[in-house]
Design a protein around this ligand. Structure first.
Ligand SMILES: CC(C)(COP(=O)(O)OP(=O)(O)OC[C@H]1O[C@@H](n2cnc3c(N)ncnc32)[C@H](O)[C@@H]1OP(=O)(O)O)[C@@H](O)C(=O)NCCC(=O)NCCS
Length: 172
């Protein structure tokens, strides 16, 4: 088991990361290829392009999960244009500046790999002197407990365009 930087992985490994992304997503239907690509850009490729240094892949030996994000969300003007719902939580980004996304191969969930990858990501952020980290998920999703048990205990619920959202933050 090894954590690799996105900067060091092969094209084949990138393909597996892309598959894990779609397999983990709640959205399964896209009316066109363009819409599918746009979805991938907003929630995955953006991070590969703008913050590859903060994109880590857990390999055993092939990829079984990944974590990615940005260090200071308030600097990511393009991300706010892509993901309008991020505006809903703007009051909390000073305290929890880093933003993350994590997904595992569904065959590999529930074995502690997600907690390990999250800890790896947080250690990197601490080294960079970031004071907090957050993610946005759906209230009531199974992953809520995963984040809570990993210390994401600052929570705020809001609704954006009739969709309920849950912000979860952790001080580092
Ligand atoms: C959420 C996720 C990253 C957690 O990683 P993990 O290795 O499974 O988690 P750990 O083994 O470290 O911790 C176990 C906890 O994770 C959560 N979990 C386990 N399997 C899960 C799954 N298939 N989906 C969602 N959460 C899951 C549960 O809260 C579990 O705690 P419990 O068994 O006491 O209920 C991983 O399960 C996953 O990728 N799930 C599907 C996609 C997802 O929800 N991604 C996060 C989007 S915000």
């Amino acid at each position: 088991m090894e954590v690799k930087s996105f900067l060091d992985i092969s094209d084949q490994e990138i393909d597996r990361v892309n598959e894990i992304f779609f397999e983990s997503s709640a959205r399964t239907h896209f009316s066109s290829q363009k819409k599918r690509e746009r979805f991938q850009y907003k929630y995955l490729d953006y991070y590969k392009i703008y913050h590859p240094e903060l994109f880590f892949v857990l390999c055993d030996p092939r990829p079984i999960g990944y974590i990615c994000g940005v260090p200071r969300i308030l600097k990511e003007k393009k991300l706010f244009e892509l993901l309008g719902h991020l505006h809903a939580f703007k009051d909390y980004y000073e305290d929890y500046p880093a933003h993350l996304h994590i997904n595992l191969d569904q065959e590999c969930t529930g074995k502690g790999f997600g907690s390990y990858l999250l800890g790896y990501f947080e250690a990197y952020l601490r080294e960079k002197k970031l004071k907090g980290v957050h993610l946005v998920t759906s209230p009531g999703a199974r992953n809520n407990h995963f984040y809570l048990k990993n210390g994401y205990t600052f929570t705020v619920e809001k609704t954006y365009k009739d969709v309920p959202l849950l912000f979860m933050g952790k001080s580092l």
